[in-house]
Ligand binder design. Structure first.
Ligand code: SF4
Length: 678
């Protein structure tokens, strides 16, 4: 085409895990806009404000365009050769002096599958450690762990295309119209067709307003609530006996545990009236088909894995799993958080959830990669900072993550990173973590590279290069490969497609995936062979693990509850026009909701003498910040709600670093804070 003509390149949205496709409009080598692509498999014509208007981040002045090296305490521009040679030399030195396990990496849910594959291969085969993790650890790791125990497969069971025809939707700890807006739109389509909606959330989210039943539970009491609903289902004989006996195991023990959760007890724990619990049980259990949706309100608790397994119990009890219009459907957060887990950016899993502690699996990867691999699990993300402070960890390679802002107890994270001998950050923006680095490597944005993302319904989709990288930036996969080459283990791939071929050869879930097959519609895993059409609904004839497992789960309170000193419960979440801190780099989106407005209830505002828009100080046991207040009865008395979108109100200095016992996911959703007037 001629340079002045507009070229349209179909690609996948870089913001949330819904995985919408659209066309980047390119003129003279520059992205000038976004238009809908009617053949987009997930979203058709629909896009949310982030997908529609958030692409100006590609050209934001905060983009990194050249490598930087710290000299005399200051980050100064450098040539690629100098920067990469320095990183390779330092990594080699640290490995020789302190051993491979003194190094760790964070991979990225924003990067492609191929890049995540290369990053974990770099750490395992080139460095020689399983110290590789990423932000799934702090969002949906309980999903991966919990559903793997219950069903054998830690991913959403059903497909987005089923939502508009759903009969019952049970939405718990999720805010789809803001955090996954195109999913939220599909839910509203279902409502227009007569579907019933139950919303469970301590905060009255927008979807609660159009629900048939809204249960305002006390934050962190999900296990009690779900057990209570199951107690009522069993008391009324609404369970699916045939499904339970043919498809599951562990029922007898589970049933004994559920006896401990009669409605009056559960009502006292959760604050939800008994009649609402009964109504929720009736609507969910007596429907032919009912879909469960959840997200971080379930997972980001010290009981995150228990919460997930409770939802799996609920679906199995009523036979609402393994068929269309049913299932347990975690709405995965970031664009490629499903894919980065699938690719093994996890300390205990090779690609496709194949365990590093399994000798046979390890031998397969040793043979393919031609190295000896570490047989032990690596360190999980939250433990990396303590390991850095104790000098067990000496160097970190952070790709496309900003843990100083996004991890709980941010002051502890900062201290950990400061304790390292050497920190490399590879990002597209000058993040808060990049500002602390010894070397900063500029990555290319999604518009500047080819690869694949996997969305929350397991759909692997193409990301197609539309423009050349900005300045001297390079695709992350290219940077990792150049480092591997310099460290004496050549990554000699001729194309990104070749990386996917290697993934497919080693990963049964992706066995039949090729870029060519993905085309414009993608494929939903498992895709075991090249003639397999992909899988819309999981666990149809049998569960991945054979029989579904009922797990007896006991209720436990959140790690830190409000008390006299810190009398408010801090709850966190997202706003429609923002995506984590990423959208701070979009001027267009910055014009919507430009600042934090912490929500408090009118009764609390009145008691504290706080007016709408007033600035206050919020403090927890770990840190303090100042923020503006908005007064709304969306939050109950005793609760403060904040997002985590703004650099000048870094919510995570307040949040609790206590974590789920299985997955180590932080309890972002509940901690004690105090509010004081400034
Ligand atoms: Fe992008 Fe998610 Fe919005 Fe779709 S719903 S356009 S994937 S941010």
């Amino acid at each position: 085409g001629r340079p002045w003509e507009i070229k349209k390149v179909q690609t996948t949205c870089p913001y949330c895990g819904t995985g919408c496709n659209f066309d980047l409009n390119v003129k003279n080598g520059k992205v000038i806009g976004v238009t809908s692509n009617l053949s987009a498999p997930v979203n058709g014509r629909a896009l949310c404000v982030k997908g529609r208007f958030g692409m100006d981040m590609i050209y934001n002045s905060n983009r990194l365009a050249t490598p930087l090296i710290r000299k005399d305490g200051v980050l100064v521009p450098a040539e690629w050769d100098e920067a990469l040679n320095l990183v390779a030399t330092k990594f080699r030195e640290i490995k020789e002096t302190h051993g491979a396990n003194a190094l760790a990496a964070l991979s990225s849910a924003h990067c492609t599958n191929e890049e995540n594959y290369l990053m974990q291969k770099f750490m395992r085969a080139v460095i020689g450690t399983n110290n590789i993790d990423h932000c799934a650890r702090v969002c949906h790791a309980p999903t991966v762990a919990g559903l793997a125990v219950s069903f054998g497969s830690g991913a959403a069971t059903n497909s987005f295309e089923e939502i508009p025809d759903a009969q019952v939707m049970f939405v718990i700890g999720a805010n789809p119209t803001e955090a996954h807006p195109v999913v939220g739109t599909k839910m509203k389509q279902a409502l227009a067709k007569g579907a019933k909606l139950i919303v469970v959330d301590p905060r009255q989210i927008e979807l609660a307003e159009c629900s048939d039943l809204y249960l305002r539970l006390r934050a962190g009491t999900d296990v009690a609530l779900i057990n209570g609903i199951m107690n009522i289902i069993l008391a009324n004989g609404w369970e699916d006996r045939k499904f339970i006996s043919e498809r599951t195991e562990g029922f007898a023990e589970f049933q004994d545990n559920i006896k401990n959760y009669p409605p009056d007890v559960v009502s006292r724990i959760t604050g939800v009236p008994e009649e609402q619990l009964v109504e929720a049980a009736r609507i969910y259990a007596t429907a032919d088909r009912a879909m469960i949706f959840y997200t971080l309100g379930i997972t980001e608790h010290t009981t995150g894995t228990d919460n997930v397994m409770s939802l799996a119990n609920l679906a199995m009890l009523t036979g609402n799993i393994g068929k269309k219009y049913s299932g347990v459907n975690p709405l995965r957060g970031q664009n490629n958080v499903q894919g980065s887990c699938d690719m093994g950016a996890l300390p205990g899993d090779y690609p496709g959830y194949q365990k590093v502690i399994n000798t046979e699996v390890r031998k397969k990867f040793e043979k393919a990669w031609g190295v000896t691999l570490d047989p032990d699990m690596g360190i999980m993300l939250p433990d990396m900072f303590a390991a850095a402070i104790s000098k067990k960890l000496r160097a970190m390679y952070v790709m496309g993550e900003d843990p100083v802002v996004t991890d709980a107890d941010a002051n502890h994270v900062r201290k950990g990173l400061e304790s390292l001998d050497f920190l490399v950050v590879q990002d597209i923006f000058m993040s808060e973590t990049a500002k602390m680095a010894d070397v900063v490597l500029p990555g290319a944005s999604f518009a500047e590279k080819t690869g694949t993302f996997t969305n929350a319904e397991r759909r692997i989709q193409m990301v197609n290069k539309a423009i050349e990288p900005i300045g001297n930036a390079k695709a992350d996969g290219e940077i990792i490969s150049e480092l591997a080459n310099r460290m004496g283990y050549p990554f000699s791939y001729d194309s990104v497609e070749e990386v996917m071929e290697e993934v497919a050869s080693l990963t049964p879930l992706y066995g039949g995936v090729t870029h060519q097959r993905l085309g414009t519609q993608g494929l939903q895993w498992p895709v075991p062979s090249v003639d397999h059409p992909g899988s819309k609904v999981l666990h149809q004839e049998s569960f991945t693990r054979g029989k579904g497992l009922f797990v007896s789960v006991a209720f436990q309170e959140a790690n830190e509850l409000p008390d006299e000193e810190y009398p408010f419960l801090l709850n966190t979440g997202r706003k429609l026009s923002h995506y984590n801190v990423f959208t701070q780099n979009s001027e267009a989106l910055g014009t919507y909701s430009p600042e934090e407005l912490a929500e408090i209830n009118p009764q609390d505002a009145c008691r504290l003498g706080i007016k709408e828009g007033e600035r206050v100080k919020l403090a927890s046991r770990r840190g303090a910040l100042e923020t503006k207040i908005t007064i709304t009865d969306r939050v109950p008395e005793g609760m403060v709600f904040m997002t985590f979108h703004y650099m000048d109100t870094p919510t995570n200095v307040l949040t609790n670093g206590a974590s789920d016992k299985v997955s180590k996911t932080y309890e972002y959703k509940a901690c004690g804070v105090q509010i004081s007037k400034i």
